[in-house]
Write a protein that binds this ligand. Structure first.
Ligand code: BGC
Length: 403
C-alpha cells in the first residue's frame, strides 16, 4: 500500500479555544451578547474543560498527539483594565505544566474571538487604544510563560472576526459597517505587530504567527459566470492574502498558521462588491452537516499558494462536523493526502491540528456542531469517536498509508 512519511518532528495534535471549551467565562463580550439574548442558547459550562483539563490532556496523550493548540482567555487573565489575575495566571500555568508533564508541546493563541467586557463596553477593537491594551496583556502573559511556551498565535482569524462581528453582524458587537470593519482590522494588525515584538523581546527563539482562515473562492459557474469573477477575485485578495502579504513584508511571521475547512462559490451582486454565496448549484460536491463544501483539493491549492512566502506552515485547524464516523475518516485522510502532496511539492508544512479535540460551543451555531475527536454528553463524559484512533495511528507512525 502506498505511503507517505511526514517530516521528522512533525507536530500532531488537536486545537481548542478557551470560550468554546472552558465554561463559565462571564467577563467577556460573548457572555454579554448571550445575556442580551442575541442567541437562542447559552455557552454556560461549555464542556467544562476549565475543571477537566487534566482528563482532556490524558485523552490527548492517549490519542498519540505530540502537540496541542489551546487559547488563553484574555478576560480571565485581565478582568479589569491594567489589573491581572494571579489566580487565573496560576490556572494557565497548571494547564501548561500539565501538557509539558505529558511531553506535549503547547501552541498558545492569545486571542480567539472573545474580548474582556471592559474593552467591549469601551468600544472594543474600534477603540484606538485596543492594540495597546492587548499589548499589555501579551506582555504580562509572555513574562509568565516565556520559559515554557515557544509557539504563539497572537490572533486567531482576524478576518473572520472582522467579518462576523463588524460586517455580517452575527457576533458581538453585531455591527454592519465596512468602514468600522476596516478600522477594526487595522487595530488587529497593530496588535499583531506589537505582540510580535514583545514576544521576541522576551524570547528570541519563539515562533510567532497568526492563525489565518483561508478558503478557495470560486466564481459560481451557473448564473452569469463573467459577473462572478470579480467578487471571487476580491474575496481571495482581501480575505485570504492581503494581511499575509502585509505581515510577510514587515517580517512579523515566523510561520504561517493555516486554518482550512471549505471552499465557497461566489455569485456577483449589484449591492455588494464581494458578491454573495452561491449555494444552490453545486450539488455534486459533498457537504458536511453544517452545509460546508468538502474540498480537500482546495486545501492543496491554498498550501501551494502559500509557498511564495517561503515560511514554514502549521495547519493550525482543519476539521469537519459530520453525522457519520465514516465521513470524518474520509475527510481526515483526504486532507492529509493534500497535505502530503503539498509537502512533496516543496511546501514546508511542519504540523497538523485537527479542529477540535472535543465537540464544543460553536459560536452562533451553539452546540449543534460536532467537530470533536471525542463527543461529550450532558454529564461531560468524553467518548472518543472511531476516526480519532485512525488519526492516532497516523500521528504515532508519522505516516499516512493510503496515497
Ligand atoms: C474557528 C473556531 C471554530 C471553527 C469551526 C474556526 O474558524 O477558529 O473557533 O469553531 O472554525 O467553525
Amino acid at each position: 500500500m502506498p505511503k507517505f512519511d511526514f517530516p521528522d518532528n512533525f507536530l500532531w495534535g488537536a486545537a481548542t479555544s478557551s470560550y468554546q471549551i472552558e465554561g463559565q467565562n462571564k467577563d467577556n463580550d460573548w457572555f454579554l451578547w448571550e445575556e442580551e439574548r442575541k442567541t437562542s442558547f447559552r455557552c454556560g459550562k461549555a464542556v467544562d474543560s476549565y475543571n477537566r483539563f487534566e482528563e482532556d490532556f490524558d485523552l490527548v496523550k492517549s490519542l498519540g498527539h505530540n502537540a496541542h493548540r489551546l487559547s488563553f482567555e484574555w478576560s480571565r487573565i485581565q478582568p479589569h483594565p491594567g489589573k491581572f489575575s494571579e489566580k487565573e495566571l496560576g490556572h494557565y500555568r497548571q494547564v501548561i505544566s500539565s501538557l509539558l508533564e505529558r511531553n506535549i508541546k503547547p501552541i498558545v493563541a492569545l486571542h480567539h474571538f472573545t474580548n474582556p467586557s471592559w474593552l467591549y463596553l469601551d468600544g472594543g477593537w474600534l477603540n484606538p487604544l485596543s492594540s495597546s491594551y492587548f499589548s499589555q496583556y501579551v506582555e504580562r502573559v509572555v513574562k509568565e510563560f516565556s520559559d515554557c511556551v515557544s509557539w504563539w498565535i497572537t490572533i486567531n482569524e482576524p478576518l473572520v472576526y472582522m467579518y462576523n462581528s463588524y460586517l455580517k453582524g452575527i457576533w458581538p458587537p453585531g455591527q454592519k459597517s465596512l468602514r468600522k470593519a476596516f478600522l477594526v482590522l487595522d487595530n488587529l494588525k497593530k496588535a499583531h505587530l506589537k505582540s510580535y515584538a514583545i514576544i521576541h523581546e522576551k524570547c528570541k527563539d519563539a515562533k510567532v504567527s497568526i492563525a489565518k482562515h483561508m478558503r478557495v473562492f470560486s466564481p459560481c459557474f451557473k448564473f452569469n459566470f463573467g459577473q462572478n469573477l470579480m467578487p471571487a477575485y476580491l474575496r481571495n485578495k482581501i480575505f485570504n492574502f492581503d494581511i499575509l502579504d502585509y505581515f510577510a513584508k514587515q517580517k512579523v511571521l515566523d510561520f504561517i498558521g493555516l486554518n482550512y475547512y471549505t471552499k465557497d462559490f461566489i455569485k456577483g451582486s449589484l449591492k455588494n462588491a464581494f458578491g454573495r454565496d452561491c449555494i444552490s448549484s453545486h450539488h455534486r460536491m459533498r457537504r458536511n452537516s453544517l452545509g460546508w463544501y468538502v474540498s480537500p483539493k482546495s486545501m492543496f491549492k491554498i498550501l501551494m499558494r502559500l509557498k511564495k512566502y517561503n515560511l514554514p506552515v502549521i495547519i493550525a485547524e482543519n476539521g469537519t462536523s459530520e453525522n457519520e464516523d465514516r465521513l470524518y475518516e474520509e475527510y481526515l485522510i483526504e486532507h492529509l493526502r493534500s497535505t502530503a502532496e503539498a509537502i512533496k511539492k516543496g511546501v514546508d508544512v511542519r504540523g497538523y491540528f485537527w479542529w477540535s479535540l472535543l465537540d464544543n460551543f460553536e459560536w452562533h451555531e451553539g452546540f449543534k456542531a460536532r467537530f470533536g475527536l471525542a463527543e461529550v454528553d450532558s454529564d461531560f463524559n468524553r467518548k472518543v469517536r472511531n476516526f480519532a484512533y485512525i488519526f492516532r495511528d497516523i500521528c504515532v507512525n508519522n505516516r499516512l498509508k493510503v496515497l
